[in-house]
Design a protein. Structure first.
Lengths: 116, 481, 100
């Protein structure tokens, strides 16, 4: 029974999402045009097929993102017991973040974040 | 509430990590293209770490809730790793510039991999071993593919990475199962649980098997050796030296600690397993090495065979076998770093001279280098008075004294087979005439220094081994308590 | 309540799927995904065993494993991208320049 509230959240989420998808089907007007039938409808004709290759530099940014994203997961358990740890914990976390920032500085200065 | 913090226990590793971070900053400063100063600062960090290890000699304590141990065992391996890293840094300086791949990241990554190695050597907990393993390996995966643009380099990097990550998957699942069987990842507490009857728990047995697969990969023991030859060939020669010496020593350190401190009570059970691995590695490594025409590949199979010899000492166990393993790893570090150091100095037609036939006539053109190489090769064969002989003598002697006579016999027969392919190189250097353009020596002061240190090590450990052997045996004692 | 042994069984299934994936697939990216599956199977097992032994240690270990996995992803993707730049194609069968 302790999970009932969780189930209610699921039910409300499913209901809202279902309603947003279902109501337009019933009441929205339907007019089609070639542009709307295209795989990506954004007001422009597609310039290339969807299976085509994309700029590989995009992946470099993504790789950096993964690292910094996941490293921050250590901040969360630290935050929950922040008061118990006191000053020592604060300094330790600053050292951790400092090392992380050192890596960031290195990427930045080595021009890893530039698009061209 | 807080675990006991002891910076003493991690001081040697911290010195390396701090140096690596300092290098990150120094690399950002504008310089005129040369990166020599980074190697020098890195070398200073390595020397500082070794001095700290010597200063802490004799301590025996547990820190960070038993996660890290500071004992003679860890300190001995810190010295081995320090020698390996220092030699590799020296060898790399001119080599990288010659290949046009000089960059600050190289030295930073070498230092970070050394941090991982010291972490493994001083780990008191399976998860710390795993973290050390990954810190070391992730740096090495990148270093293996350093010569970006060469097909072999990409292949080496990719193979090393995919197979290495696969092996760490096994390693980690093994840790999870052992945690399930014993309720802890701490080696001391695992030892208590194993003595208390968890040894027959199938979870523990399967978990240990998976752990051995992970270790087997890192020490390149048959049947987990598939990556070795390709990575050794495709990686820059100085990185090959680091993979062959430092990473292997660190993996053996962690393996010995797990076996001797956590699983000592069930020694007869795992001794059988490693008996098989030792015989397979020695035999397969040596037989395949006979057919090699590329020196780096030949040394790769030779390193598989040497993993087998070292496993003989692991099987013997105790202070004798363990001491033999530690001593041999020190010997092997000097010998192998030296052998790769010689190859890295040779060039023919502007490319690296790595074929066996490239050595023809080297003795007449560069007698000193040929003599140095011969000493390293004789040490790999195990001929007195080189260090390799003393090392093998103690490994096989420990096996005989603990009752594994057949294992020692197989080891000696294998050493005899191995003599063929090492001596073939010496024959080429001294008795063959070169065909086509000659192989030339590219002079390099730092690399010469590295070769001198390695040569000193091989001769010193071969002529006066007793003090070092005593140190090695004393270093194993804390594990047996 | 789902008993803890079910989680361990699920993690074993995930681990085996990962191992089989590594062995039979040919695309490095898919092999890599299978390896990640193995690591996550270990995570699930750690959490389940932590529950069995009544400690939070299992959950704490998962943090480290996730962190290592992220670092591995970064290095692995970088290696795969650099090989792709060089060859314009990806398959481990083509990684056979060196034999024996």
């Amino acid at each position: 029974m302790e999970y009932v509230s969780l189930l209610m959240v699921f039910a409300v989420a499913a209901g809202v999402a279902g309603a947003l998808m279902g109501i337009p089907l019933l009441i929205a007007p339907k007019r089609t045009s070639p542009a709307k039938q295209a795989p990506f409808e954004c007001g422009k004709d597609p310039v290339a097929v969807a299976e085509g290759r994309f700029a590989i530099k995009f992946s470099t940014i993504a790789i950096f993102f993964i690292i910094f994203d996941i490293e921050l997961l250590f901040v969360w358990p630290w935050a929950t017991i922040y008061r118990t740890l006191g000053w020592f914990g604060f300094v330790e976390m600053m050292v951790f973040l400092g090392v992380l920032m050192l890596g960031f500085l290195y990427i930045w200065k080595k021009r890893g974040l530039e698009w061209e | 509430m807080l675990p006991l913090i002891s910076f003493r226990a991690i001081a040697p590793g911290m010195a390396l990590a701090a140096t690596a971070c300092l290098l990150l900053l120094l690399d950002l400063l504008p310089t005129r293209g040369r990166k020599d100063h980074l190697a020098v600062v890195g070398l200073a960090g390595v020397v500082l770490s070794m001095i700290l290890s010597l200063g802490l000699w004799g301590s025996d304590e547990r820190a960070f809730n038993g996660m890290v141990r500071l004992d003679g065992f860890a300190l001995f391996f810190n010295l081995v790793i320090g020698f390996a890293t220092g030699l590799v840094l020296l060898l790399s300086i001119d080599y990288l510039r010659r290949q046009g791949m000089e960059s600050g990241e190289f030295y930073i990554l070498v230092l970070f991999s050394a941090v991982g190695m010291t972490l493994m050597a001083g780990a008191g907990d399976l998860i710390v071993i795993f973290l050390g393993l990954e810190v070391m390996s992730l740096s090495l995966y990148v270093l293996a593919g350093w010569f970006e643009g060469r097909l072999e380099a990409g292949e080496a990097s990719m193979k090393y990475f995919l197979l290495g990550a696969f092996a760490s998957g096994f390693f980690l699942y093994g840790i999870a199962l052992i945690f399930g069987a014993t309720g802890s990842t701490n080696l001391d507490r695992i030892a208590v649980a194993v003595a208390g009857g968890a040894a027959r728990d199938p979870l523990l047995i399967i978990g240990f098997g998976l752990l051995v697969a992970g270790f087997g990969f890192k020490i390149s023991s048959v049947p987990f050796h598939m990556w070795t030859a390709d990575v050794y060939q495709g990686a820059p020669t100085s990185v090959t030296a680091l993979i062959a010496t430092g990473s292997k020593a660190a993996a053996f350190a962690a393996l010995l600690r797990v076996l001797l401190s956590a699983l000592r009570t069930v020694q007869p059970d795992w001794a059988v397993l490693f008996w098989g691995l030792a015989v397979l590695s020695m035999t397969a490594g040596n037989v395949v090495a006979l057919a090699q025409q590329n020196i780096k590949r030949m040394l790769a199979y030779s390193s598989i065979a040497h993993a087998g010899y070292i496993l003989v000492g692991v099987v013997a166990g105790g202070a004798l076998g363990g001491g033999g393993v530690l001593f041999y790893l020190l010997v092997y570090t000097f010998t192998t770093a030296g052998a790769f150091g010689v190859i890295l100095l040779l060039e023919r037609d502007g490319r690296e001279a790595v074929a066996v036939s490239d050595l023809a006539g080297l003795a007449t053109r560069h007698p000193v280098l040929a003599l140095t190489f011969s000493v390293f090769l004789l040490s790999l064969v195990g001929i007195p008075p080189t260090a390799g002989f003393v090392g093998k003598f103690y490994l096989f002697g420990a096996a005989v004294r603990t009752g594994y006579v057949w294992l020692a016999v197989i080891g000696v027969v294998n050493s005899a087979i191995a003599a063929y392919y090492y001596l073939r190189l010496i024959v080429f250097m001294y008795m063959r005439e070169p065909e086509g353009s000659p192989t030339v020596l590219v002079p390099s002061l730092p690399a010469g220094l590295a070769l001198a240190v390695a040569l000193w090590g091989v001769v010193q450990l071969g002529v006066l081994p007793a003090p070092f052997l005593d140190l090695a045996q004393a270093a194993v004692i804390p594990l047996l308590r | 309540m789902v008993p803890e042994s079910h989680y361990v069984a699920l993690s074993a299934v995930l681990f085996v799927i990962g191992v089989v994936g590594v062995l039979i697939r040919r695309n490095p990216l898919v092999i890599f995904m299978s390896i990640e599956l193995m690591l996550n199977a270990a995570n699930l097992a750690l959490v389940a065993f932590g529950q069995r032994h009544g400690t939070a240690q299992g959950q704490a270990l998962v943090f480290f494993v996730m962190c290592v996995a992220a670092a591995e992803v970064a290095v692995g993707l970088a290696i795969i991208v650099s090989i792709f730049r060089m060859r314009r194609r990806l398959s481990v069968d083509e990684l056979s320049l060196m034999r024996w």
